[in-house]
Design a protein. Structure first.
Length: 382
């Protein structure tokens, strides 16, 4: 394997993180036509995470030992940079848990707080378990990183490209089967006085760590395929023209999935969390996400070159903070808009205000947090 292949940083993938975050940001703004963009963004994040982990660790002996404690330390090393921000945003969102329109009881608040501090909030079907609504992502990520040292050992035993392709197909088929089974899980009529979620299918297919792990595994196998393919073995590279055409197809598939899901929501008056929409949480986005990631990584098409620019790479690097910050910002903006303009005004204009004002505030706070984080790193280094 060439030195360039082993050490080359694929900047376009950082830019792709920015695009994925924008999809999530638009979805959380509350504008209905952007709703499905969030699920696509999350799928890209998880598959991309698996891809990058294999790309960064495969064949490099960076992980010397595995075991329960070693794996836990490895997972914590990945989550630790985000944990202080997780604590801060969780504390800020506690206000709504205590004083919001649907205030929780003291036992509920204590239970959720403990689960969130331990990052195990999505292992139980508790209603709105993540205090900062998007922090469920950390719960799943911790599980994926915990398993990764073992997964790496398994993937390093695969040497043939056809085996990697077969595994990719099997993983996608397995995801279909598991999510289909999840759609058959009925939500109990008794929610234990608001303790339990009102949609088990949505929780299982979208947030439950063992099922969401499949996206990460798909990404790992895609990264393995990259390593074993022409892109990773110094063979003849795909032409720029063909790469551009393939990227156009990949983007069209991703956008097509968006419109397909959106039309499904519209047919049922925008109720995305019903059991009939089991396929909209992750499954429909897996193949488009794989294609977009693959041709973005090639860096020889116009879209990938745009994502490789310094601005997009910087933006992508900031999304790890912006992801946790933006949801809290939206919650406070919504509270202010409702307090000043009333519920009717918020219903009509709240989403657009969150989109514009929320973007500005999120960018400012993200840059501020990055500055503070870099300052802490320099102090430790000295």
């Amino acid at each position: 394997m060439s030195t360039q292949t082993s050490n080359h940083k694929i900047n376009s993938l950082q830019g792709l993180r920015a695009i994925a975050f924008l999809g999530i940001f638009l979805a959380h703004s509350g504008i209905k036509k952007f709703g499905p963009a969030g699920a696509l963004g999350v799928s890209i994040f998880y598959i991309l995470s698996g891809f990058v982990m294999i790309y960064s660790y495969y064949g490099k002996e960076r992980i010397q030992s595995t075991g329960l404690l070693d794996n836990l330390k490895f997972a914590w090393s990945k989550i630790r940079p985000l944990y202080p921000l997780h604590l801060l945003t969780t504390a800020l969102m506690l206000v709504f848990l205590i004083f919001g329109s649907e205030a929780n009881t003291i036992p509920q608040i204590i239970t959720k707080l403990v689960l969130n501090l331990l990052l195990i909030q999505e292992w139980f079907p508790i209603a709105d378990a993540a205090i900062n609504g998007v922090s469920w992502y950390l719960s799943v990520s911790l599980f994926c990183y915990f398993l990764f040292p073992w997964l790496l050992r398994a993937f390093e035993k695969i040497r043939k490209k056809r085996d990697a392709i077969l595994i990719l197909v099997l993983l996608i088929e397995f995801q279909f089967l598991i999510v289909l089974l999840a759609s058959q899980v009925s939500t109990p009529a008794n929610d234990m006085n608001g303790w339990l979620t009102d949609n088990y299918t949505y929780w299982l297919s979208y947030k439950f760590p063992p099922i969401r792990l499949i996206d990460f595994l798909i990404g790992c196998d895609l990264g393995l395929l990259w390593k074993l393919s022409a892109s990773g073995a110094n063979e003849e590279q795909i032409s720029s023209l063909r790469s551009n055409l393939c990227m156009i197809i990949a983007i069209c598939l991703a956008l097509g999935a968006q419109f397909f899901v959106l039309s499904s929501f519209a047919a049922q008056n925008f109720l995305p969390n019903t059991n009939s929409h089991w396929w909209t949480t992750a499954l429909v986005y897996s193949i488009p996400s794989c294609l977009v990631i693959w041709y973005t990584a090639r860096e020889n098409n116009l879209f990938a070159r745009f994502l490789s620019t310094d601005f997009m790479a910087k933006f992508g690097n900031l999304t790890r903070y912006a992801f946790l910050i933006h949801f809290t910002v939206f919650a406070y903006i919504a509270a202010v808009v409702r307090a000043i303009g009333g519920k009717a005004f918020h219903k009509s204009y709240g989403s657009y205000i969150k989109l514009v004002v929320g973007l500005i505030i999120t960018i400012v706070l993200t840059l501020l947090w990055e500055h503070l984080s870099e300052g802490r790193k320099q102090e430790k280094a000295n």
